[in-house]
Design a protein around this ligand. Structure first.
Ligand SMILES: [Zn+2]
Length: 446
């Protein structure tokens, strides 16, 4: 990743661009000029014949191009690249050794380099803000601080640190701290808060990726009282809580406890819908949803032999995926604040394919392309509490921008190859990502 060092931002003007607003109706503004100051913030957004170009600003002619707000990916992990996960059994001793290695000085240096490279891939693919939801340690907190200090060019980062779970539960032992009582869960939340996290992630149910038996994926794990304790601690510090939940029982317990975003989800009944729309225990009075179709659908749509996954993983996927897709549709139908997260690093979920989740929401969950793009920009910004800084192109907000060959609402594939990415006013000219062809060809098949 490019070190920015003490280099000053150059103020610039993008002229004669069409602007994809990210509004839910897909509004496109014609022949606009966007002025970005040396502090990286947007100073003007005006029709080109009304805009004023200050002296010393670098001019970029974007005739025929579309400028769009940078994408936000509300559910990422940067500890891997998203290759297919092959079936393999690991003994408890091998597991212990792997965890010890990850937390050794060599392991930490390795992980710091890996998350930095993956953050660059996300940025180059047009994602100007990410939220990590389950890290090995505090490597994402450290990277966030470097990005915030302009020492490293990367997307804006909201970092979770390790998730919180029950012993042997989802995420344990690689990316989680475990607890058995509400008091212990509260202490684990405090540990993460003391490390400066932006969000706390809990595992309300089991998950597909690390279940050792069929039926574990959606079964409730952390109890409601423990999640209440975590939410109290986090909200006291102004920090949001995200819950991994893959069944109605898990979603309900997490929402009742005051969780701010549900990850994955389930079909919704009236109580679930009401709690999403008005959640008295949440930080801001409502809860959002990230359906993360990207990691789920391949596991049920692609031939098991081709995937090389275990029977357990296949069966668990089959048990929860239909429910998540239904949850995504229910969320859309009932006007829930539904954002976009892809669960990068899971099998077949690369760090560069965020745009594909928008396409899946259109094809499987009744979203229009405009609504999907709206979800990945304005809705995500609102759900994560950063809508004063990003999510749309407006005066005073950070310049998180993409220059595209066409309107993403007309064809989401325009998001695949941005011509220019701007993160907080820092330009990435001709952004490039290294594709994994085997993965790309598999995700193209369904
Ligand atoms: Zn995840």
């Amino acid at each position: 990743m490019m070190a920015i060092g003490r280099k000053e931002r150059e103020p610039f003007v993008i002229q004669h661009a069409d602007v994809a607003t990210g509004d839910a109706d897909g509004k496109l503004l014609h022949d606009m000029t966007i002025v970005v100051g040396s502090d990286g913030r947007i100073e003007q957004v005006l029709p080109s014949n009304q805009a004023f170009v200050p002296a010393g600003y670098h001019c970029i002619d974007a005739t025929g191009k579309v400028v769009a707000p940078g994408l936000i990916n509300a559910h990422t992990h940067l500890f891997a690249e998203g290759k297919m996960m092959k079936a393999k059994t690991v003994s408890p001793r091998q597991e212990q050794a792997a965890v010890a290695l990850l937390h050794s000085p060599i392991g930490k240096a390795y992980m710091a380099a890996k998350v930095k490279a993956n953050a660059k891939t996300l940025l180059n693919s047009g994602v100007t803000t990410i939220r990590s939801l389950g890290d090995v340690g505090y490597e994402m907190v450290a990277l966030r601080d470097k990005v915030d200090a302009d020492e490293v060019l990367g997307p804006r980062i909201l970092a979770s640190g390790p998730m919180l779970c029950i012993p042997g539960g989802h995420g344990d032992p690689y990316i989680a701290l475990s607890s058995t009582t509400p008091e212990e869960a509260r202490l684990n939340a405090r540990i993460n808060l003391e490390h400066g996290v932006n969000v706390i992630k809990v595992a309300a149910t089991g998950g597909v990726t690390d279940a050792k038996e069929v039926g574990v994926a959606g079964s409730p794990q952390m109890d409601e009282a423990s999640m209440v304790a975590v939410c109290e601690e986090a909200h006291e510090a102004g920090v949001i809580v995200a819950a991994h939940a893959e069944s109605a029982a898990g979603v309900k317990a997490a929402l009742r406890a005051g969780v701010d975003t549900i990850e994955h989800g389930s079909p919704m009944d009236e109580e679930i819908v009401d709690l999403f729309l008005h959640n008295p225990r949440s930080l801001r009075g409502f809860s959002g949803l990230n359906s993360t179709l990207s990691p789920c659908l391949p596991l049920v749509k692609i031939d098991q032999e081709v995937l090389g996954i275990s029977d357990i993983m296949r069966s668990n996927s089959e048990q929860v995926t239909d429910g998540m897709v239904q949850g995504a549709r229910d969320g859309h139908q009932y006007g829930i604040s539904e954002g976009v997260g892809t669960d990068t690093a899971m099998g077949l979920v690369t760090q560069y394919n965020t745009w594909r989740e928008l396409d899946l929401l259109v094809r499987y969950a009744d979203f229009t392309p405009a609504e999907a793009f709206h979800a990945a920009t304005q809705v995500n910004a609102k759900n994560l509490g950063i809508d004063d800084a990003t999510g749309s192109i407006a005066i005073g907000k950070d310049a998180d921008l993409l220059v595209l060959d066409g309107d993403p609402v007309a064809d989401l594939r325009f998001l695949e190859h941005p011509q220019l990415v701007v993160a907080r006013g820092w330009p990435v000219w001709r952004p490039k990502v290294k594709h994994m062809e085997e993965v790309d060809s598999l995700v193209e098949t369904f």
